[in-house]
Write a protein that binds this ligand. Structure first.
Ligand SMILES: [Mg+2]
Length: 247
């Protein structure tokens, strides 16, 4: 177990680490995870891309660095790829294979303390939901962009009305939940940082992708290597001590 003293924490407004905003401190009622490059090492859309990999990766990077709005690249990427049902199932499996170390144990620890664990992802729901469910997360609490395929498995379309397919959508979705109690959000990208105003604490998770613009603006930064490195930033000292998790 990583101790709280080992966990790097960068306050958003002040270089003094003692000045973290009061409302930014645990305990949290709800812990929200991004999926791609947070719960799993892969970017699902890049894994789907195959023959269009370079073009899709370039579009994704631009969006995650905040250089272009997500909605400009979202439909373009899927029109290039047009994934089949079996491709979506394959990416669900790839998420699982590339899950961060101790992801399942971390989710279990949070649930054992009565936290509600949610996933909010700009990835495709048919890929993200089975993966998150395998980590022990309630599938009803997994939010991603739905996609439709035809009975023969061919691509039809994604949910173009989904807030998660456009810039600012994570913030709108989190706000639409109303008051669930203090909420912590963990993610690596610009779309996660956009949702920080709806959170008590936004933690930049940099174990897979380190984006300086995101990390510099976060309430706290966690560099992993496993997902359990987040626990000192998500729990009070009392909650941490109550876990029997062997390191
Ligand atoms: Mg991500």
């Amino acid at each position: 177990m990583v101790s709280a003293a080992d966990a790097p924490a960068t306050p958003r407004y002040d270089p003094d680490p003692m000045s973290l905003r009061t409302q930014g401190a645990p305990p949290f009622e709800v812990v929200v995870f991004d999926c791609d490059s947070t719960l799993s090492r892969i970017e699902g859309i890049e894994d789907l891309a195959r023959g269009h990999a370079d073009e899709v990766r370039a579009l994704t990077d631009q969006a995650m660095r905040g250089e272009v709005p997500l909605e400009e690249v979202y439909g373009r990427r899927l029109e290039l790829i047009r994934p089949r049902a079996e491709d979506l199932a394959r990416v669900a499996e790839r998420y699982r294979e590339e899950a961060l170390p101790r992801a399942e144990e971390t989710v279990r620890a949070l649930l054992s303390l009565g936290k509600q664990v949610r996933v909010v992802s700009g990835g495709l729901l048919p890929c993200v939901r089975p993966f998150a469910e395998g980590l022990g997360i309630d599938p009803e609490l997994v939010f991603a962009v739905d996609a439709k395929t035809a009975p023969d498995g061919s691509w039809l379309d994604f949910d173009r009305a989904s807030p998660l397919a456009r810039a600012g959508g994570k913030l709108d979705l989190l706000r639409s939940w109303g008051d669930l109690g203090p909420l912590a959000l963990v993610g690596d990208g610009a779309t996660d940082l956009e949702a920080a105003p709806a959170c008590a604490r936004f933690i930049a998770f940099t174990a897979v992708a380190h984006r300086p613009t995101v990390a510099d603006a976060a309430d706290a930064v966690c560099s992993g290597p496993g997902l359990d490195a987040l626990l000192p930033l998500l729990l009070t000292a009392e909650e941490l001590a109550s876990l029997d998790t062997p390191s």
